[in-house]
Write a protein that binds this ligand. Structure first.
Ligand code: RP5
Length: 163
């Protein structure tokens, strides 16, 4: 079993239906990952130790999803040199998800979080695989096939429409 290269974390188990998309696409692309709940507000000590230990454990990228006052991606980014991809999750009591988006996107200079669209955990997974692929030819091939499949699906739809 390959050791995980991508750590997927989320603020609550209630984020899992969204964050599972990142895990699914990483599996499809052949990237080993781990997935767990780490809350910035409810388990701050765990967040600190997870972020501090991530690189030494062999992780190369962290995907962090959270909703509402979504401090998890930014705080994790402040604690590690690894790239952090943030997924704003539209939580049930949110103001259409703008709270999640802005609290992940609007990072101060020096502490970037690569923020994807609302609930776009699949894109976070693809981006993580692309980062990993810069040092892994096997993942490059999987990504090329993934893109070819996307193109062929669009071409098939166009044929169905008679164009
Ligand atoms: C955030 O609060 C979580 O990331 C989640 O999106 C939101 C709601 O959490 P629960 O109350 O469902 O645990 O911290």
């Amino acid at each position: 079993m390959n050791s995980p290269k991508v750590g997927i974390i989320m603020g609550s188990k209630s984020d899992l239906p969204v964050m599972q998309d990142a895990a699914d696409v990483l599996k499809e692309l052949g990237v080993a990952y781990e997935i767990s709940v780490v809350s910035a507000h409810r388990t701050p000590d765990l967040m600190f130790s997870y972020a501090r230990a991530a690189a030494d454990r062999g992780l190369k990228v962290i995907i962090a999803g959270a909703g509402g006052a979504a401090h998890l991606p930014g705080m994790v980014a402040s604690l590690t040199h690894l790239p952090v991809i943030g997924v704003p999750v539209k939580s049930s009591n949110s103001i259409d998800g703008w709270d999640s988006i802005l609290s992940i996107l609007q990072m101060p200079n020096g502490i970037p979080v690569a923020t994807v669209a609302l609930n776009a955990a699949k894109n976070a997974g693809i981006l993580a695989a692309q980062i990993i692929s810069t040092a892994d030819e096997h993942i490059v091939e999987n990504l090329k096939k993934f893109k070819t499949d996307l193109k062929e699906k669009v071409e098939a739809s166009a044929r169905e429409m008679g164009s």
